[in-house]
Ligand binder design. Sequence first.
Ligand code: NAP
Length: 337
Amino acid sequence: MAHTNHRILLADRPSGIPGPEHFQADGEPARAPGPGEILVATRYISIDPAMRSWIGAGPSYVRQVGIGEPMRAGGIAQVLESRATGFAPGDWVQGRTGWQSHPTLRGDQAQKLDLSIGSVEDWAGPLGTSALTAYFGLRDVGSLRPGDTLLISGAAGGVGQVAAQIGQIEACRVIGIAGGSEKCQYLRDTLRLDAVIDYKAEPDLQAAIHRTCPEGVDVYFDNVGGETLDAALTALRLGARVVSCGRISQAGVTEPYGVRNLGTLGGKRVRMQGFLVFDYHDRYPEARAWLAHHVRAGRLRQRLHIVEGLENAPRALAMLFNGGNNGKLVIGLEVQV
Ligand SMILES: NC(=O)c1ccc[n+]([C@@H]2O[C@H](COP(=O)([O-])OP(=O)(O)OC[C@H]3O[C@@H](n4cnc5c(N)ncnc54)[C@H](OP(=O)(O)O)[C@@H]3O)[C@@H](O)[C@H]2O)c1
């Protein structure tokens, strides 16, 4: 059967929050795979905050997506045709699908999913890159220890909710910061965190952190940066670790927030460290084995927020920056095989 590869291309560089006006849809006949390639049908596409830096005019840690190119993205897909060793039609893979329904990928840039450790949905959720980010951020960068008080911003998001559950598994006291009553209710009643702070309803975030962490914070897992980081810095204990995972509050701002409370790092002997999950690529199997074990045991879940339809990817991307997503944000496509 001949397939059309539906694509969403970058049409313009956003200076603010990206939206549909910065993208353009097109379709072309799917390309038959050449030697070493596979033709796939995309099922899920991950939508990530970092995408904003890949398409904006500012600096990015990877090459900017070019105008007229399909938007870059990681996805999960089913193999339709294969001329690459190790892949057969019907196999499920993850790879750089981009915002495309039927891309042709290089076999050496795709990875076959091991469905013995989790379902296709698990690979999009608790075994996906957001979960790996939480795993390495807490265990390696944060040196999390049993009994620690762990404070997490962006706690209801893709990375944050897994970080919270890793903290619970590691017998920590876990406090989540999130925006809005629905997200906070999920963290409190479903994930059963020890305490939750709704920063949108809280007149004094710093006071709320001190109130919920009266003995101080051992590990602050920061997804947000800015004022939230500043408030958390005032509550750190001696020898605390700050995991700088992301700073979504500062994405695209013209005047970055000036953090005032860094003076606490010296006296409290705090270690503050950034990281990129990709640096741990060689250890993904170790992390996935650990995560899969706890998924099977019912201790770890990842709430997926699925926006159906490739055409809705630009609208979905904007949701990350206005808090519209409830959990790990993915685009769902009907697999046409
Ligand atoms: N270091 C790495 O390798 C790595 C890898 C992946 C992701 N990250 C980072 O991890 C963080 C979370 O990513 P994710 O994919 O899991 O996204 P996410 O948390 O699922 O979604 C983004 C969330 O950020 C919050 N947010 C947006 N604007 C905000 C603002 N101005 N102030 C406070 N909160 C704001 C919103 O939640 P609320 O409704 O609660 O405000 C929104 O739902 C991001 O900073 C991302 O860049 C880092």
